[in-house]
Ligand binder design. Structure first.
Ligand SMILES: Cc1ncc(COP(=O)(O)O)c(C=O)c1O
Length: 478
């Protein structure tokens, strides 16, 4: 422990010292710290990040799927400065702030019809946690005399909704969450229709554990949902899912029409639908919100990540008027939503979020994005030719590339070999920062990436994959 002793540390710590401190004091997320190798990112500019040694990398994971318009965007930086001139933070517990109010109004305007109320929190997991609690409390308080508690949730296989206890209750990536099962509830699991055919690596790098041994079709998944809703609908507080594509599950793309059909079934059976657009909202799939593509409006919508263009932590849980009404009454009724976060609705985050939405509007971001999505689609075909690429999936400006030991059989690599992680590490040598999901290499750059930058990112990804999966071939060709 450092304590308060009078150590004589240099005013500006050396890079070496910072790396030592990083290893000694910073506990990194999803990282085995015994093996951690520091890489300190000092600054950013557009789609580029620069480490402390001055090396430049394309931000191929959009700084964990949240950067939208690039780093140090002049308009976003200026919006932050303007808000700093007013106030950095005030609580939204019983108080408000003009910037936060304006953002709530804008979110209601741009999200699918019917979503009218905005509950702010600080990160995606908190947004899903709030959604789950709102759904539970809604059923207790809806209708004249209230109802029996509904304690069950339906979620998809391979689902990911965050890392807090409620969020992992509905999450389905077992390797990360199974050990915490005794601490939380267990969702009813619906087979995801997004699994690729044949064996493929999961987010943890191991073979998939679908008990049926094969991927479910959309029809099978929907039949199961219908059966569950018919038999247990009165116990089910909500169905929760990521619309169109399950990102952390391995970029698992659902067949068209699946979301629409889930919406129809939940509506027919009076069960709330929570859509988690934390990863896919704000343009990632090509439209502002993924659910627009199937004309679906949920009862509850979770937003995060790109909400502030990836600048500051902020998330939001939007609900319909009908949901909100169940929470109204006199103080003595005890119907309020007794849940909150210190930084919910933070004005700095709200200022940058508002400016980001203005950029979307004024700089025709979504219109320009179509070309980048098409370019990515074309370039992904090159990966299919690589001898250890077993599958490729794309949804908008996000793609997953599965690395497999045997392309013919789809046999995965041993998960302990960390092939996906090593491919991403190797891509650093070629100027790209990537993040894997098990042995699926993910390409998810800021939406602002130019055609030339996207080509460089694809080249670096190819080089990283080749270096790890064909090391002998590489050395043979020099
Ligand atoms: C779909 C989805 N939901 C929730 C979360 C959790 O968000 P956060 O990491 O901000 O808590 C994530 C994060 O990746 C996500 O992809």
């Amino acid at each position: 422990m450092a304590g308060f002793s009078c150590t004589t540390e240099p005013a500006t710590p050396s890079l070496e010292l910072l790396e030592t401190w990083d290893r000694e004091h910073v506990w990194h997320a999803f990282t085995q710290m015994a093996e951690y190798q520091p890489l300190l990112i000092e600054r950013g500019d557009g789609v580029y990040l620069f480490d402390t040694a001055g090396n430049r990398y394309i931000d191929g994971s959009a700084s964990m799927w949240c950067n939208v318009h690039g780093h140090r965007h002049p308009r976003l930086d200026a919006a932050l400065s303007r808000q700093l001139g007013l106030v950095a933070h005030t609580t939204n517990l019983g108080l408000s702030n003009p910037t936060t109010v304006e953002l709530a109004r804008r979110l209601v305007e741009i999200t699918p019809a019917g979503l009218e109320k905005v509950f702010f929190s600080g990160d995606g997991s908190s947004a899903t946690e709030a959604a789950l609690k709102i759904a539970f409390q809604y059923h207790l308080q809806a209708g004249a005399g209230g109802r029996q508690p509904r304690t069950r949730y339906i979620a998809l296989g391979e689902a990911y909704h965050g890392d807090t206890l409620g969020a992992i209750g509905v999450g389905g990536v077992d390797r990360f969450t199974a050990m915490f099962a005794p601490l939380t509830f267990e969702a009813i699991r619906l087979p995801t229709p997004g699994l690729p055919a044949g064996p493929a690596p999961t987010a943890d790098g191991g073979p998939r554990t679908d008990p049926s041994g094969r991927a479910a079709t959309a029809a099978e998944s929907l039949d199961r949902l219908e059966q569950l809703l018919a038999e247990q609908g009165d116990d089910i507080a909500a169905v929760i899912m990521e619309p169109l594509v399950q990102a952390a599950g391995g970029i698992l793309v659902h067949p068209p029409g699946f979301l629409r059909a889930v919406r129809e079934l939940t509506r027919r059976h009076g069960v709330l639908l929570i859509l988690d657009e934390i990863a896919v909202g704000f343009g990632r799939t090509g439209t502002m919100f993924a659910c627009e593509q199937e004309n679906v409006s949920p009862d509850i919508l979770c937003l995060g990540k790109g909400l502030t263009a990836g600048y500051l932590p902020m998330a939001a849980t939007l609900t319909t008027e009908a949901v909100w009404r169940a929470f109204l009454g006199s103080h003595a009724d005890g119907r309020a939503f007794y849940h909150g976060h210190t930084f919910g609705g933070n004005p700095l985050a709200a200022a940058v979020a508002l400016e980001s939405l203005a950029i979307f509007r004024e700089e025709a971001v979504l219109q320009r994005l179509a070309a980048a999505i098409e370019q990515l689609r074309m370039r992904l075909q090159q990966f299919a030719e690589l001898p250890h690429v077993g599958g490729i999936r794309q949804c908008g400006l996000m793609a997953g590339i599965d690395l497999v030991a045997d392309k013919k059989t789809g046999e995965p690599y041993a998960w302990q070999a960390r092939t996906g992680a090593r491919a991403c590490l190797a891509a650093r040598d070629h100027g790209a920062l990537l993040r894997q999901l098990g042995d699926t290499v993910v390409i998810m750059p800021p939406l602002s990436i130019s055609a030339e930058e996207l080509d460089s990112l694809v080249a670096a990804t190819t080089a990283g994959i080749t270096a790890v999966t064909q090391p002998r071939e590489l050395s043979r060709h020099g």
